[in-house]
Design a protein around this ligand. Sequence first.
Ligand SMILES: Cc1cc2nc3c(=O)[nH]c(=O)nc-3n(C[C@H](O)[C@H](O)[C@H](O)COP(=O)(O)OP(=O)(O)OC[C@H]3O[C@@H](n4cnc5c(N)ncnc54)[C@H](O)[C@@H]3O)c2cc1C
Length: 585
Amino acid sequence: MISNTQLQLHAPKNKIIIIKSCEHCLLVLPCCQKSCKAKSKVAITEFGSRNKTMSFACWSVALTLPPTTQFFSSSRYRSGFWCRAEGLADHANGGPVIKKKKVVVVGSGWAGLGAAHHLCKQGFDVTVLEGGDDFGGLDDVGIRGYGYPYKNIFSLVDELGIKPFTNWTKSAQYSEEGLQVEFPIFQDQPQLPAPLGSLLYTQLVQLPLVDKLTLLPLVIAAIDFDNTDTAWRKYDSITARELFKQFSCSERLYKNVIGPLLQVGLFAPGEQCSAAAVLGVLNYIFAHQKDFDLVWCRGTAREVIFTPWMDSLRAKGCKFLEGGRVTDFFINNDTGNVSEVISNRETHNADAVILAVGISTLQDLVKNSAVLSTREEFLKVLNLGSIDVLTIKLWLDRQVNIPTASNACSGFDDSFGWTFFHLNAIHDEYKDNPVTVLQADFYHASEFLPQNDEQLVTKVICYLTKCIKDFENAVVMDREIKKYPKSLTHFFPGSYKNMVRGSTSFPNLFMAGDWIINRHGSWSQEKSYITGLEAANRVVDYLEQGSFAKIIPVEGDEPHIQTLRSLNRSFNELRAQLPLSDYFL
Ligand SMILES: Cc1cc2nc3c(=O)[nH]c(=O)nc-3n(C[C@H](O)[C@H](O)[C@H](O)COP(=O)(O)OP(=O)(O)OC[C@H]3O[C@@H](n4cnc5c(N)ncnc54)[C@H](O)[C@@H]3O)c2cc1C
């Protein structure tokens, strides 16, 4: 039984479609208009003329049936064409029809797969389109840490029954002058109220304690930044460097420790980062002493997480289409919904669509899309920026003594940040390797991209030698160099107002990714995964089918921080009532 349902049929041009549509008529399209006793309205339109990339033209036939028309209960459709039915589903073994709504997920990183994961479990017909060479998003670009607060990702890997992570690890930070900072495993230290534990247990090797203490005033800003829209707008207008300056951070501490941490945490120099983005991350990783602790994947994320994850999704009926670079959409003019997703291979009809791609991809899409370029919220995305990444993997001729597996580096040049990882210590594949295998990742790496492999290897070895003397005599036996232009979000000041939210002005188009506005502070895999689940929940809500994904919330503030925030809120409310309170900049 269907009501007011729109059925669409597609067949190669000039092929006859035969379908038993109802008890009154046998439709032979496209020549049946006069024969339908049910007075069905049949409109035939040429389809695909705007889609230059389609390999063949076809006919789209929209058939509006009167309410309560008995349909499909005994019908069979033949091979030679495919059928899409909004509100209907395929025949399963000739039995009763099970209603499956179609969701197209664009992008297969944490956000896209997160959405697909929940929607498959809710019985939707999910297709994931991946425009790149392989599934798993950016997850082969650079080595990623998984922080203590990544509760949703940890819960996912438990659900998948996999053990992809190392134990909690110590980290270090180097400058041209050698070791600067040692980060212990914070959860192993006696617990102190936040942020004292994070501050006190972090060992500054070359700077005196007084420099570390100059960070304390910043707690005022961290309290004031309560992750609300107002707080984001307030702090997004200043740079991270300005923030640390306003709150009296010492010059040495900023130069040797904070600046470099920003360059690897937010991927750009402090003077090019939004203070709001910094406070968002600080609130996330310093809310509890153990929040700064990290584990690493015991191989590439693609191997140890995404491959088993996708296998489990396939088993639930999820379809993955590789090379399906999305180029545009079709809109149903009656509903304002996105009715089809156009990729360079074919079109995919959809009851709901989730766009889970990075900024630069979306920018390309907006520029070329007749549909997205009509909407303000998507045009604003063109104002956002992205950052180049370079990764260099080296096989050396000997074992070099690298004290900690994960290392952030600084002071080599203010314009880029970099990290290096001892892969023998974290990837199972290299555990018993007799020589050192390491990976160095460079952020904000535009100046490196035009350089050739020889130049790059020479530079990296020179930098590494400044950190650890032992690298001096090492000879590079093999290398793997990858360049990823515009692959990271640049959270520059003023960018917040241009970011998009999870829902869009298209009722059935939803967004996910680490740069989507939500109340999760970090720019991380956990945030991407959560926005994927949130997008899935929006689909559940919109299509009124299934139940909502459970999202484990970020652990609440410790009681003393809650009290301070509440006092601060009262103070701000009081101040807002004073005359001229909003007069000055
Ligand atoms: C070098 C580096 C280090 C990082 N370190 C950390 C870390 O230590 N900890 C942490 O938590 N996070 C880290 N991150 C950030 C983290 O990787 C990202 O937040 C996360 O991977 C983003 O996932 P996503 O699903 O939102 O986007 P992505 O992973 O970018 O996925 C988007 C997908 O969409 C696909 N796509 C693009 N265009 C199209 C199109 N037109 N049609 C179809 N598909 C398309 C892309 O190919 C891609 O697969 C790091 C990132 C980098 C690059």
